[in-house]
Ligand binder design. Structure first.
Ligand code: G6P
Length: 302
């Protein structure tokens, strides 16, 4: 195994966590957006080739943080909140911790501009990223700095996952949970053991189980995603029908991605005064031994 270098700040905007063995994670301080997660040099995340990196628009892809609203119910606030377009600071630079894992911490604190424009409450968001051998462990904590008032908000991780071929990726773990179809505005109970994404989808499963699986996500890997304190899970792909509604996304690329949103989406979380509230997401890139018996051979082919 090559020697794991400590993660390095490669520019004032980007932080790289490097675990060795070509396993890295790159965080852009615009939104603390995770723009790359490579496991053995295989990229697990999707970022649109049309994404702007102008520090104004959200980065179209990677993993971003939705706070304090999901969608655009409050028209005075940016769609999916302002955390993903705010400039975050590095609280702890990447450091090797137990078992060779690499940890970095990012922080966003309320300031006058946020208070006047978007969110009149005092808050701190702390984002801990731990890069493990084949997993990415994300913890987000919200501090409510208000003395007397509990604060209600949506909080979510919005994950653009890269797919080798969307028709070969089966998503499972949602059977028997209620689902809000945001296109038809209907609530239905999921009856399928698994489904593929080959059409416009905008669904939110309410209070779903802790884990979901995506088989054959990026060959030779499948993906397992677990979450804590994030009751709902949404799936979005505008496919070719609605791709024009999304900025910075092109029609050719939508077949190589799925957006998985893990969060308090349909019902907000409540943070008591002067308290912390934490949520977690663990993504595991699982090497599919049944399909690829010789790991080194298959990895070197890719
Ligand atoms: O364009 P954005 O603000 O990034 O939103 C992109 C998408 O986010 C979520 O997944 C919603 O369910 C979709 O309805 C929305 O279109």
């Amino acid at each position: 195994m090559e020697k794991a270098e400590l993660g390095v700040v490669t520019s004032s905007e980007v932080v790289v966590l490097n675990r060795g063995n070509s396993t890295t994670c790159t965080v852009n301080l615009h939104g603390a957006t995770i723009v790359s997660w490579k496991v053995f040099n295989i990229e697990q995340l999707f970022v649109s080739t049309e994404s702007r990196f102008d520090n104004l628009f959200p980065i179209r892809g990677g993993i971003s943080i939705i706070y304090t609203q999901f969608g655009f119910d409050n028209i005075f606030m940016p769609n999916n909140g302002f955390a993903r377009t705010s400039h975050w600071s590095v609280e702890e630079h990447p450091t090797v911790i137990r078992d060779g894992d690499v940890k970095a911490v990012f922080v966003l604190k309320s300031d006058l501009v946020m208070r006047e424009n978007y969110w009149p409450f005092d808050f701190v968001l702390k984002f801990i990223v731990v890069l493990q051998e084949q997993s990415l462990n994300l913890k987000l904590s919200i501090y409510n700095g208000e003395r007397d008032m509990p604060v209600k908000c949506n909080i979510a991780f919005m994950n653009y996952l890269r797919l080798t071929r969307s028709e070969n990726c089966a998503i499972s773990g949602l059977k028997d949970f209620n689902c809000l179809d945001r296109i038809s505005k209907k609530i239905v109970c999921e009856t399928r053991d698994s489904f593929n994404v080959d059409h416009w989808i905008d669904n939110v499963y309410h209070m779903a189980g802790r884990d979901i699986h995506l088989s054959n996500s990026v060959l030779p890997f499948s993906m397992k995603i677990s979450r804590w304190n994030l009751p709902d899970v949404g799936f979005w792909n505008p496919w070719t029908d609605a791709v024009h509604l999304a900025t910075c996304l092109c029609e050719e690329e939508v077949k190589q991605m799925i957006v998985v949103v893990n969060g308090s989406i349909l019902s907000p979380c409540v943070v008591p005064p002067l308290s912390w509230y934490s949520v977690n997401q663990l993504m595991e890139a699982i090497y599919d031994r049944e399909i690829y018996s010789d790991r080194s051979a298959s990895l070197s082919i890719l």
